[in-house]
Write a new protein. Structure first.
Length: 563
């Protein structure tokens, strides 16, 4: 009531103006004196206008004045966060990616790997023939004591020393550790203690897995003398399985490409060609018969691509199946660890050994791995599209498709989601830039060998200008892509597609689906060709069963490079 009992009519507009003049609570206040918020250079409306060009938005002159004041406060909060120092690479974000959508359930129960009965062939006389044998044969010879783990380990150590000068695939030989492990394996087997099919089998680790007392360089000059403490989860799991670590193998610097701090890792089938990456050394060493098997990692092609180049078999698991504790983090919501082998069943044996969760990786889950060699495949539905096998598809892609049809599976034509999947790389760019903030802000990124526009140094720097809103929107688009891919896999069990066609490599890495890449033949220049099968979430066993049938039908897995 106004004086004299008269009613004062206050319009909505007047009330809004009054509220606007009320000071905000301290948590929302933007000080007029922006120097109290940041010691950095003053942000002006003109600064905002220039920044608009980077993110593709436009504001009015009045809005720019307000934004400039707020930006000073925002920058102060960034400075407060940085005052705690650089966060360690192994510290994951509070939020974790889960490829399973609401209502989806993964397998439960026990893991099962059953290769079925098979006859063991006689141990070859030649060390080279032994070196190129698949793990499924090596394990039979070792467990029957026709071959000692120590002899096999020495065969691989000798080959690593002899051929690494040609391939540039070794960062560190772990000879002392390997011989201790091999002798222990022989003693245990002689005493009747059997740790499983990998007992006594020599293997190589991509040099981004921690190994106690042995340097782990991440393939990058700034970390070439880095020695971590303790073993990575997968290294521990393989030691428990009795496997013998013979070498830390090369990777493209910080998990990109095949260029590392000393050289370029080469393709054993063509020594004038890089082995691709980033699991460059793992694929090259396996293809060249320098290890029984190796481990690689993939964020966006780092198992598929080198396996295609070197003709090896790569099983990239569902995101979260294998714990990444002790592995270099590149992108917390995308990184995956998988085996690189000479055959599909070798990959199944290794996957069974490394499968499982660990407290150090909040994204890891406890899901059993099951592979049954006797399971029939003729009841399975395999998705494909004629368009995938036209144009740039190779003759080996079409041969693989024909061979798969001969297995009796039901072929179902499918369409993939029509989404701008490459826009999701915003997620990878920002997460990787956060993982290596220390390199960028300390200028140690200048030490990396590759410095072109597409290399990590520029990618990390430019990611500082990605708006947080764009990151969140990319994540929401990722969710929609996951939902649409779930609809595709409701219709089929597996997809077959040339490895780099239809954007399936990008799509599946963001949705977390597993893949299996295997050799399909050889080009006129003598280099291998391959194809990829893509499976349902946590359905790697069925993926391997179809892959094994395809491998047998094509009959090209055992051809060796002429080193």
């Amino acid at each position: 009531m106004a004086a004299g009992g008269m009613t004062l009519d206050v319009s909505a507009a007047d009330r809004a103006k009054a509220v606007a003049k009320t000071p905000p609570p301290p948590s929302e206040e933007v000080a007029a004196d922006d120097t109290a918020y940041s010691s950095g250079s003053k942000i002006t409306p003109e600064t905002v206008a220039e920044a608009e060009k980077i993110v593709g938005v436009r504001f009015s002159a009045t809005e720019r004045v307000q934004i400039a004041r707020s930006a000073m406060g925002q920058r102060r909060r960034y400075e407060q966060r940085r005052s705690v120092g650089f966060l360690p690479n192994g510290l994951p974000p509070a939020t974790s990616f889960n490829p399973l959508l609401s209502g989806m359930k993964a397998l439960t129960g026990e893991s099962v790997v059953n290769l079925g009965k098979r006859e063991m062939r006689a141990l070859p006389d030649s060390d080279e023939d032994i070196a190129f044998a698949p793990v499924t044969e090596l394990t039979g010879w070792i467990q029957s004591r026709k071959l000692s783990s120590e002899r096999l380990t020495r065969i691989y150590l000798e080959r690593l020393k002899r051929f690494d000068p040609k391939l540039h695939c070794v960062v560190t030989l772990t000879e002392e550790r390997a011989l201790i492990q091999a002798r222990r394996a022989d003693l245990e087997i002689a005493a009747g203690k059997n740790r499983g099919p990998l007992h006594g089998i020599p293997w190589g680790a991509k040099d981004l897995f921690e190994t106690d007392g042995i340097r782990t360089t991440w393939g990058a000059m700034p970390y070439q003398d880095r020695v971590g403490k303790g073993d990575a989860y997968v290294v521990r799991k393989l030691e428990e399985a009795g496997a013998v670590l013979v070498a830390k193998l090369t990777l493209g610097a910080l998990a990109m490409g095949d260029v590392w701090f000393e050289d370029v890792t080469l393709n054993p089938f063509n020594l004038e060609q890089g082995s691709s990456g980033s699991s460059a050394g793992s694929a090259a060493a396996t293809a060249a018969g320098l290890v029984g098997f190796a481990l690689g990692t993939e964020t966006l092609g780092s198992i598929v691509s080198p396996c295609m180049r070197c003709g090896t078999t790569g099983l990239r698991p569902t995101f979260g199946r294998v714990a990444r504790t002790g592995a270099m983090a590149l992108c917390w919501s995308m990184d995956k660890i998988g085996p690189i082998c000479r055959t599909v069943e070798d990959a199944a044996l290794v996957m069974a050994a490394i499968n499982g969760p660990d407290a150090g990786d909040p994204s890891s889950v406890d899901v059993p791995f099951r592979y049954e060699a006797s399971v029939r495949v003729d009841s399975l539905k395999v998705g494909w599209s004629p368009a995938w096998f036209e144009g740039r598809a190779s003759e080996h892609d079409r041969k693989a498709l024909a061979a798969l049809k001969e297995l009796g599976v039901k072929m179902v034509e499918v369409e993939l989601p029509d989404e701008p999947v490459h826009s999701l790389r915003t997620i990878l760019r920002t997460e990787s830039a956060a993982a290596f903030e220390e390199l960028t802000l300390s200028d140690r990124d200048d030490l990396l060998v590759r410095q072109n526009d597409g290399a990590w140094p520029n990618s990390f720097r430019s990611a500082w200008f990605v708006p947080a809103i764009e990151l969140i929107q990319a994540d929401r688009l990722r969710r929609r892509l996951m939902e649409k891919m779930a609809e595709v896999f409701d219709k089929v069990h597996i997809l077959i597609c040339p490895s780099f066609a239809a954007d399936l490599l990008t799509t599946s890495n963001f949705t977390g689906h597993p893949s299996l890449t295997l050799r399909t033949g050889f080009r006129e220049d003598g280099t291998p060709d391959g194809i990829t099968l893509w499976g349902r979430l946590f359905d790697e066993g069925r993926l391997c069963r179809v892959g094994k049938g395809l491998e047998d039908a094509l009959g090209v897995w055992d051809r060796r490079p002429k080193l």
